[in-house]
Ligand binder design. Structure first.
Ligand SMILES: Nc1ncnc2c1ncn2[C@@H]1O[C@H](COP(=O)(O)OP(=O)(O)OP(=O)(O)O)[C@@H](O)[C@H]1O
Ligand SMILES: [Mg+2]
Length: 273
């Protein structure tokens, strides 16, 4: 069995892979990389009722990976660059070999993956961390689930300047309900719920558009959305709206938040650092 561990900037994800299949996933959070990695390994072994001796090797990736200097508990431990891991994991989850991956974690990276090459196209600091950070500053809420619940009740018209606010007609392919300016209206009587929705909307619109430009620049029409940011209904709806306007299809795979860890576990020796 191979364990892939992704020490992200906010959360640590680990997967167990056997015969090319993901048999267990776990998520954890600790203050330092060593505690994160050993904790994730312990959790996955104990929760799956496995013996530590059945772990053949560990492959670590993510922002905190370089802090792990040696083998963990005497088990052969390799490291792999995060971008390569996302590319391998993305191709595995999508079952496709020519895709753009938009990995929405704390920040967002955009990757082109095909079976010959994995390329880091770029990214943005706008990501999950922007949602929690801005929500804390603007409406004093920083728990992701609470932000989502509030946004469910929000009205974007009180926050964003929409096309209908500035024009009687659709503009080009944008309909009247499209955002002309994020937070460009910001009514004095906008509620916390409206602001929560405005923040989520802005984050996903930015990520959606840079993903569209990346995909168009490579003549690819599928964007696989991975990371924790793949998993929420509001974000998915915003991306699907963009999909309709630009003919780029966004896919939200099962186990999206484990993509990087899965890619690490499935990587070959030539990928290791
Ligand atoms: N359902 C959700 N939708 C969108 N974002 C979420 C959700 N749940 C948590 N988040 C946010 O996702 C971020 C963590 O995502 P993830 O674990 O993929 O990132 P990471 O791997 O730690 O970071 P990075 O890859 O940028 O180093 C946090 O900022 C958190 O606020
Ligand atoms: Mg990550």
């Amino acid at each position: 069995m191979i364990i892939g561990i992704d020490i992200g900037s906010t959360t640590t994800k680990a997967v167990a892979v056997q015969n090319g299949e993901v048999i267990k996933t776990v998520k954890t959070k600790a203050f330092d990389a060593v505690t994160s990695a050993t904790g994730a390994l312990g959790k996955i072994v104990i929760e799956s009722n496995l013996k530590i001796s059945s772990v053949d090797k560990i492959i670590i990736t993510g922002a905190g990976a370089l802090k792990i200097k040696d083998d963990i508990f005497g088990i052969t431990t390799h490291k792999i660059d995060e971008i390569t891991a996302i590319g391998i994991g993305g191709m595995f989850l999508s079952k496709k070999e020519n895709i753009i991956i938009s990995n929405i974690g704390t920040g967002t990276s955009i990757i082109e993956a095909n079976k010959n090459k994995i390329t880091h196209i770029g990214g943005t600091g706008i990501g999950g961390g922007t949602i929690t950070g801005l929500s804390k500053a603007l409406i004093n809420i920083s728990t992701f689930d609470n932000i989502l619940k509030m946004a469910d009740e929000g009205n974007l018209q009180n926050v964003d300047l929409l096309i209908e606010d500035i024009s009687d007609l659709d503009i080009s392919f944008l309909n009247k309900k499209s955002t002309a300016s994020n937070f460009g209206k910001m009514l004095d009587n906008a509620t916390k719920e409206d602001v929560a929705l405005g923040v989520i909307n802005m984050v996903y619109q930015v990520i959606g558009m840079i993903s569209v430009f990346a995909a168009k620049s490579r003549n690819i029409d599928i964007v696989l959305v991975t990371g924790n940011g793949s998993n929420n209904r509001i974000g998915q709806k915003i991306l699907e709206n963009i999909s309709g306007l630009y003919n780029i299809h966004f896919e939200f795979p099962h186990d999206a938040e484990y993509t990087t860890a899965i890619g690490a576990a499935l990587s070959e020796p030539e990928h290791h650092l």
